[in-house]
Write a protein of this length. Sequence first.
Length: 178
Amino acid sequence: MFTWLAKRSQTKRKARDLYGAVVAQARNPAFYIGFGVADTPVGRYELIALHLILALDRLGQSDVVDEVLRRETLETFVTDLDDAMREFGVGDPTVPKRVKHAAGGVYARDQAYRAALADPGNAALEHVLAENVYQAQKDMPVQRLAAYVRSAVTHLKAQSADTLRSGVITFPNLEQQS
């Protein structure tokens, strides 16, 4: 029994570490300065959702496949959403409904991003990024963000399964993105 509890505790720690890396990348000021993402709760949510989707997708690939860690990482995200909404002053009775809506948004985005990434061109990815991250604003550097997302997918694929299962994930250096 103690072994099970210890293993569960380790998985939760790894999930928090993975989610922490997702949030750290999404909060990188370069997204808000050089990529033109709105530094608002919606803009930050969209970048966290994007990076979370990329990380969860990598954790689900055949060489890694750690469903427990994927689930715990997603649960860490949901807990963070709950905490953030309470900090924003959302009333207690409406928090669960809003968290459910925001978490559902990640599932919808996951499907859209997967489909767009499966397309070898960038038109579908640029469209999904424009709709979600840029909220359909005009004249945003969506091509630059699409190139970053493609490089992030490649960067994540290069990370070993053991490293990812240990709770360590990295994303591309934004300063090296053209």
